[in-house]
Ligand binder design. Structure first.
Ligand code: HAS
Length: 547
């Protein structure tokens, strides 16, 4: 198996193994998802008890938000960059990064599944889990760093060979993803290694505000680590499926640059109600939050304009006539448009989350659960699933066993998430709390809570069924699909790129070192005063509490 020149067998094998691990995490995480959804919905079957609920919720969040995404991004980044740059990855770096990451996942999963880490995927202290959970988390980060170093080595090797070439958009998105990872991950490593591992082993007391501030320094840019590979694939796949160029490659790169520079100094928007941090600093992070929302809106425009260009090229006319000319039954198109529309849903609720006053209404309610199921569970996860369906044919050389059912599964996922999010947005506005096993409150819960939670559960069951269908098709096709030889001209995901000379404006956009420096400066503006304030008030360590 090679792609357009160099021998890609190692990269292909790594992509197959990591995406197989990602899909396994998706399946397990999804199983925990339906267990908790039904158990927490009033008058639905209690499949798990209150105590197990928090183990199941921790497993669901860790397996999907952290494990599924990390493995998938390692795999698809290797696939994309090796083809775009025609540069081989170092097998020792690939497999050692996977080994360390996998060891971390196994240790954390052992702690969770044994019921000794009911700390949820944000592992806020003073809740204390088993040391293996935190050691596992640290290894997952270290494994991702090993991989990140290799990504940058491959990029610089390509850049040295092509100093004046334009950086292609998909590769730009992947490199931007890891620049954000480079800026975002040190604080959570400090939190886990210097605070939480000593807390879990020696019972050390931990300043909760400091730990949360370090976590959210990492926690929001984490969402763009999840989002950018999906957006990079929208930008690449849409033109290939539709037969028209992307509306604006420059706009795509401006969006990635804005993600790089503004994704990190925003974490206080997760801490609007935290005491001990001044409103001025929270307001500064709010400004950066609205800045970092803008590249998503550029993406909205860029993708929609590309769709319109394609619809009109196919004979569409009038204000919306072009919509009906788009290939809605095409698997690759469905795999772009449904995640994109889900991101419209989740992104707009993110804007509401980020509005200081509105956040006090929605914070810690199931509104936020609707927000992140349509973002990471919609835009990201569904794009990753759709691309996996395409890779089965193009990388594994197997036909999908039920391609039409796969397309239906993608639309069903979208329908289910829209119904789920409707129920949970409206329940959230009414104050229904998240991360809570019993929502009846001994019969005191308002009737409207019950109605909207049950609407959410119907949507959740629909999108869980679509997940079973899609994962089932992925596994069955990978194992039993009819073998097929896919010609290079048939490939949608060949990511082939022949270097072309950059224009002046393009050279500025491609100057990633410049954007890294700007990003670091903005992080200093956002976090130096924040840490000074948190540390300056005198630490208030809280003794650990076993969950
Ligand atoms: Fe978020 C909480 C704010 C994007 C994930 N977010 C979370 C959590 C997760 C998460 C996992 O300000 C929970 C963390 C926890 O456990 O506590 N988020 C934002 C903002 C954005 C945003 C402003 N989030 C994401 C993405 C995620 C993600 C992306 C995963 C991939 N988020 C917050 C805030 C909180 C939060 C607060 C804390 C809440 C609290 O109090 O706890 C922005 O980046 C969003 C920008 C996007 C847009 C949409 C662009 C539209 C597009 C398509 C348009 C489609 C059209 C077609 C026009 C502005 C690209 C029509 C279709 C329609 C349906 C309109």
């Amino acid at each position: 198996m090679s792609g357009a020149g160099i021998d890609l067998r190692v990269e292909n094998r790594f992509t197959i193994v990591t995406i197989a691990l990602a899909i396994t995490s998706l399946a397990l995480g999804g199983l925990f998802g339906i267990l908790q959804l039904l158990s927490r919905t009033p008058y639905y079957p209690k499949l798990v008890g209150y105590d197990t609920y928090y183990t199941v919720l921790t497993a669901h969040g860790v397996l999907l938000a952290l494990v599924f995404t990390t493995f998938y991004i390692m795999g698809i980044s290797t696939y994309i960059l090796s083809r775009q740059f025609q540069v081989n990855f170092d097998p020792r770096m690939l497999w050692s990064s996977l080994a360390v990451t996998l060891l971390g996942v196994v240790l954390a999963a052992a702690a969770i599944l044994s019921g000794n880490a009911k700390v949820l995927y944000t592992f806020y202290p003073p809740l204390k889990g088993h040391p293996l959970f935190y050691i596992g988390a640290a290894l997952l980060i270290i494994g991702s760093w090993i991989y990140m170093v290799e990504v940058f080595r491959v990029y610089f090797k390509w850049r040295r060979a092509h100093p004046d070439a334009k950086l292609p958009v998909p590769a730009f998105g992947i490199i931007a993803t890891f620049i954000i990872w480079l800026i975002a991950t040190p604080p959570v490593a400090v939190e886990v290694v210097l605070l939480l591992i000593p807390m879990s082993i020696f019972g050390m007391s931990v300043d909760v505000l400091l730990a949360r501030t370090l976590f959210w320094w990492f926690g929001h840019p984490l969402v763009y680590f999840w989002l950018l590979p999906a957006i990079a694939m929208w930008y690449y796949l849409a033109p290939r499926v539709l037969g028209v160029p992307l509306f604006s490659e420059t706009m795509a790169k401006v969006a990635f640059v804005l993600f790089i520079v503004a994704s990190t100094p925003v974490g206080l928007h997760h801490q609007f109600v935290d005491p001990g941090i001044s409103p001025v600093l929270k307001f500064i992070h709010t400004i950066f939050t609205f800045i970092v929302a803008s590249p998503s809106m550029l993406t909205a425009f860029n993708v929609l304009a590309t769709l319109e260009r394609a619809g009109r090229a196919r004979g569409g006319s009038g204000l919306i006539g072009w919509l009906f000319k788009l290939p809605w039954t095409n698997l690759a198109f469905a795999g772009i448009i449904v995640p994109f529309l889900l991101f419209g849903n989740g992104g707009i609720s993110g804007i509401i989350n980020a509005s200081f006053q509105l956040n006090t209404v929605v914070h810690n309610t199931v509104w936020v659960v609707a927000h992140f199921h349509t973002t990471v569970g919609g835009a990201t996860a569904l794009t990753f699933i759709a691309v996996t369906l395409l890779l089965i044919r193009e990388l594994l050389g197997r036909e999908l066993i039920a391609p039409k059912l796969a397309v239906a599964g993608i639309y069903l996922w979208g329908l289910g998430q829209y119904i789920f999010s409707l129920g949970y947005y409206l329940a959230g506005i009414e104050g229904v709390p998240r991360r809570t096993a019993d929502l009846l409150y001994g019969g005191l819960a308002p009737p409207s809570w019950i109605t909207w939670l049950q609407v959410g559960a119907i949507g959740g069951m629909i999108f869980w069924i679509s997940g079973v269908i899609l994962v089932g098709i992925i596994v069955a096709s990978a194992l039993f699909g009819k073998r097929v030889k896919v010609g290079e001209d048939e490939m949608l995901l060949d990511f082939k790129y022949t270097p072309v000379r950059n224009g002046n404006g393009g050279a500025v956009l491609d100057n990633l070192k410049l954007w890294l420096i700007v990003a670091i400066m903005l992080v200093v503006i956002g976090y130096l005063p924040t840490l000074a304030e948190v540390l300056g008030r005198g630490l208030v360590p809280a003794p650990p509490i076993p969950p």
